[in-house]
Structure formats: structure tokens, C-alpha cells
Design a protein around this ligand. Structure first.
Ligand code: NAD
Length: 507
């Protein structure tokens, strides 16, 4: 069978299957789904959708591998991670092409996603340091107490379409470094990158079965959530699904971290550097066609900054080149599906009908005729009752809400049910500090539009953007994928101990 890395078959012939026991395994459920190139609208392959029986077989394989892998020395694990990191680096071009071909994001953005994902592998390379426990010598006479962290066994990751490489790496690098076997259920919309990761893990020396891919939809997810041998589930996706994954997974006694959707606001104060703010907001609102959980979707303009800010944004948008993400010079690619494109355009319609001012209209943009394209939209005078404000739009639409004061802007942000990321643009350090202190959001940028934490911190929102109590990757990822054990140990000193050992002592 062609391996994922060597697969150069013509788009119409590609069958995307599972990776179990260290090899590709064609689906047996009889169910599959189409995968598209969103830039052309053509079907580029079909992905197998696993049945509960196929999930069961994959988890059994992972369980066998986990029993062995937990015995691998820390230096062996670290060596595999270093090799995997190197292979990701060497194959970044190929992986990025696959991502662009199924997701649509521009090539540089796909490379950026790989680089941000690789940071998590680099963090996990330090596993010997990360798994160090505590030690208390002589807690009582001849008694030492120490703590160790041990893997959970088989853990599962269920990931969204918008980062088909980075989000799996958020999870699997730490999970595997900590001694678990990891079962990935990628998005069925862009499933191919998962198989490249599988092949690279194998080339890096990871034993078969420690990294498994089960392609699928709701049926596979439900089977994983109910499976008695899956100890923990990491999920990233939309809020309604995140909530239901959390409820179902915890009801089955599993550890669950479920990251949901977002509605990220940028607060722009009158003293902000307008060019810096406008450049940053345009990149964060329209990059990846707005299909990022940390995309900025609302600009909150305070006082008299509103008119110049809207103008600065409006002049920038026509300069963005919308087209095939694989083509040189493209700034923004298509949306993931035709249905999603129409849904996003529908939010613009609703906003306009509700009284928002359409400053730049992406519905009328000159975009390639085929594929799932929508131009950039800028809406001004948006109010909190409008659906385009209330809902997660997840497309190239930026809403400007005008407020009179800093306090009003802060209240607006804190009243929103989502709380993934936010940013403030100002030259006033005191205002910025007050914002970071009082804003009820998990990740905060100060003159930084997309404050995704580096891998040695952890990633996570608050409120409806995260269900569970552990953020993803970084130190909290290590905690999530391990459980603590405390050993209380007495080794009486033969020279001084008065303790009766229960057998004749020879001196
Ligand atoms: P989604 O919720 O539709 O799908 C996510 C995963 O859940 C996929 O693997 C999918 O197959 C599975 N799934 C879908 N419906 C299901 C169901 N009914 N039952 C069980 N499983 C189901 O999300 P998406 O459209 O792939 O991704 C976009 C969403 O992800 C956005 O809401 C975005 O904000 C969010 N997201 C959040 C973060 C974060 O860190 N908070 C990061 C990336 C994306």
C-alpha cells in the first residue's frame, strides 16, 4: 500500500483510511465521506468512517502498545521526540501542501501551523525534566516520601478541521512523552495530515500502536467516549459539541478537557497606534479566512477612535488577495465547505437587515468562481443583540462595536459567554494592566492580536470556551496525561533502627 508520505495519486483516486498497529488499514464499516479541495470545489478523496467495532480494534491495539510504552525509559522517549521534531521540520513543505489542499489556508499559514505545533514537540522533548517528582527525605524516622507521575494508558484526541496538524500536536506530543498511547480522531473534513503524522512518528522510532488514527464522525467519537479502555479525552471544536463531549465523557468516568468555540474581541483605545492596531486586527480577523479559534471577530472601538479605525481597516481590505491558498501571493483562501460559506454570508445578511453598516461587502467581492470563497466583510455599528455579534461566525467577517468608554468596552467583553482570547491596543501601560487584571478571558494580548501562548505555558479559554479544568498543552498538558502517585517508604537503617523487621537480623 502507498504510504501517506509517498502518496502522489491523482485527487480523484485517493482513499483516506485508518492507521492502526503501525500501518494503513482500510475501513470495513462501508461508510465514507467526501473530502474536498475547497479552492476548486472538487472532491479530492474519500475518508473512511469508523464503526464502533473498528474503534474497538484500534483501542485494543493502542492498549497493547501502552502496556509496553510506559516501560520505555525517559531517554528513549526523548530520543523519539527529538527525531519526530526533526522529521516534521524536514517534511514541513509536504505536510503544508496537504493541509492547504484540504483546508484551503494559504501555504505560509499552513507552514506557520506546523511551526506552532512543533513547539509542543520541542516542549515534550524535555520529558525527563517534566516528569520529575518531589522527594521528602526523613519525613519520619527512616521514612522517605516521594511523588511520581504515571501515564493513564490509552488517551484519545478529537480534533477540529481548522488546525489539522497543530491541534493534534497540542495533544499527542505530551500524551506520548508521558508514556500513554494516543488515538487520534481527526476532523473528517481534512483527514489526510493525520496520516502524515502517523508515518513520521513511526519513522522517528515510536513503537507501532502508540500513535493510532481512527477516521470518522459522530459514531467513532461516541464509541471512544463510551469505551472502557479509553482513560482520557482531549477535544477541540465548537462549543455545543465540546459541552456534550465533556458531559458524556465524564459520565463514563473519563478525564476530559474540551475546548470550545470563541468570540474574540479587540479593545481599541483612543491612544492606540492606529497603524499597528489596524494591521494586527486585519491579520487576526481575516487570516485563514477567519477560521481560527483565536481569530478576532469584534473590534470594540472606544470613543473617537472609531471613525479613523474603521477607515484604516477599510483601506486595507481591498489589498488582500483572495484565492487558492496554494498560489503564490494569496493572502486569504476559501472557507472549508460551501455550506459554511453560505452560513457566514447569511450572518452578514442578518447583520445588514438588523441595521449594521456594511463598510466592505465580502458577498460582492471578486473571488474565484469555483471553490468555497467569500471576500472580506467589515461591518460597522454592530450591536450586541445582532446574531452576527452573538454567534461564532467563524469566517472573514469583522464586526465593529462602538462604545464610549474603556469600562463600557470591558463590560461588553465580560458579558460575552465565550472567553477564549482577547486583545487590547493602547499606549497606556496602566490601562493595559487594568484590562489584563479585570478581563474575564483565558488568553490576553497587549498590542498582540492572537495571544496563543508559547508551548511552555498552557492554552485555554474560560466560560463557554472550555469545559473541564485543565488547559491544553504545556505544564497543564503534562498534568492531564498523568496521574500522581505518592510513595511512603521505610528502609530502616540496620545500624540504628529499633524497628522489629519480622525476621532475624544478623549483625
Ligand atoms: P466541530 O465541533 O464541528 O468538530 C470537531 C470534532 O468533533 C471533529 O472531529 C468532528 O468530527 C467531531 N464532531 C462533530 N460533530 C460531532 C457530534 N455531533 N458528536 C461527536 N463528535 C462530533 O468543530 P469544527 O467545525 O471542526 O471546528 C471549528 C470549531 O472549533 C470552531 O467552533 C472553533 O472555535 C473551534 N476551535 C476551538 C479551538 C480552541 O482552542 N478553543 C481551537 C480550534 C477550533
Amino acid at each position: 500500500m502507498t504510504t501517506p508520505l509517498s502518496d502522489n495519486s491523482s485527487p480523484t483516486t485517493r482513499s483516506i483510511s485508518h492507521w492502526v498497529d503501525g500501518r494503513l488499514q482500510a475501513g470495513t464499516s462501508g461508510r465514507s465521506a467526501p473530502v474536498h479541495n475547497p479552492a476548486t470545489g472538487t472532491e479530492s478523496g474519500r475518508v473512511d468512517l469508523a464503526s464502533a467495532a473498528e474503534v474497538d480494534a484500534a483501542v485494543a491495539s493502542a492498549g497493547r502498545a501502552a502496556a509496553e510504552w510506559r516501560r520505555a525509559s525517559l531517554s528513549k522517549r526523548s530520543a523519539v521526540l527529538f527525531a519526530f521534531r526533526q522529521l516534521l521540520h524536514e517534511h514541513a513543505e509536504k505536510i503544508a501542501q496537504v493541509v492547504t489542499g484540504e483546508h484551503g489556508k494559504v501555504h505560509d499559514d499552513a507552514l506557520g501551523e506546523i511551526a506552532r505545533g512543533m513547539e509542543n514537540v520541542e516542549f515534550a522533548c524535555g520529558v525527563p525534566q517534566l516528569l520529575k517528582g518531589g522527594f521528602s527525605e526523613q519525613a519520619a524516622t527512616d521514612v522517605d516520601v516521594y511523588s511520581i507521575r504515571q501515564p493513564l494508558g490509552v488517551v484519545a484526541g478529537i480534533t477540529p478541521f481548522n488546525f489539522p496538524v497543530m491541534v493534534p500536536l497540542w495533544m499527542c506530543a505530551n500524551a506520548i512523552a508521558c508514556g500513554n498511547a494516543f488515538v487520534l480522531k481527526p476532523s473528517e473534513k481534512d483527514p489526510s495530515a493525520s496520516l502524515l503524522l502517523a508515518e513520521l512518528w513511526q519513522q522517528a522510532g515510536l513503537p507501532d500502536g502508540v500513535f493510532t488514527v481512527v477516521q470518522g464522525d459522530k459514531e467513532a467519537v461516541e464509541a471512544l467516549l463510551a469505551h472502557p479502555d479509553v482513560a482520557a479525552v482531549s477535544f477541540v471544536g465548537s462549543t455545543p459539541i465540546a459541552k456534550s463531549i465533556y458531559q458524556t465523557g465524564t459520565a463514563h468516568g473519563k478525564r476530559v478537557q474540551a475546548l470550545g468555540g470563541a468570540k474574540n474581541h479587540a479593545l481599541v483605545l483612543p491612544d492606540a497606534d492606529l497603524d499597528l492596531a489596524a494591521d494586527a486586527i486585519v491579520g487576526a480577523a481575516y487570516g485563514a479566512a477567519g477560521e481560527r479559534c483565536m481569530a478576532l471577530s469584534v473590534a470594540v472601538a472606544v470613543g473617537d477612535v472609531a471613525d479613523p479605525l474603521v477607515e484604516a481597516l477599510a483601506v486595507r481590505l481591498p489589498k488582500l488577495v483572495v484565492g487558492d491558498g496554494a498560489a503564490e501571493g494569496t493572502d486569504m483562501g476559501p472557507l472549508i465547505t460551501a455550506e459554511h460559506r453560505d452560513r457566514v454570508a447569511g450572518y452578514v445578511d442578518q447583520g445588514e437587515q438588523a441595521g449594521a453598516k456594511v463598510v466592505v461587502d465580502g458577498r460582492k467581492a471578486d473571488v474565484p468562481p469555483d471553490g468555497f470563497f467569500l471576500g472580506c466583510t467589515l461591518l460597522d455599528e454592530v450591536t450586541p443583540e445582532m446574531t452576527v455579534y452573538r454567534d461564532e461566525v467563524f469566517g472573514p467577517v469583522l464586526a465593529v462595536v462602538r462604545v464610549d468608554t474603556f469600562e463600557e468596552g470591558l463590560e461588553l467583553i465580560n458579558a460575552n459567554p465565550y472567553a477564549n482570547g482577547t486583545a487590547i491596543f493602547t499606549r497606556d501601560g496602566g490601562a493595559a494592566r487594568r484590562f489584563q487584571f479585570d478581563v474575564e478571558v483565558g488568553m490576553v494580548g497587549v498590542n498582540v492580536p492572537i495571544p496563543v501562548p508559547v508551548s511552555y505555558y498552557s492554552f485555554g479559554g474560560w466560560k463557554a470556551s472550555l469545559f473541564g479544568d485543565t488547559h491544553m498543552y504545556g505544564p497543564e498538558g503534562v498534568d492531564f496525561y498523568t496521574r500522581g502517585k505518592v510513595v511512603t517508604s521505610r528502609w530502616p537503617d540496620p545500624a540504628t533502627s529499633q524497628v522489629e523487621l519480622g525476621f532475624p537480623r544478623t549483625r
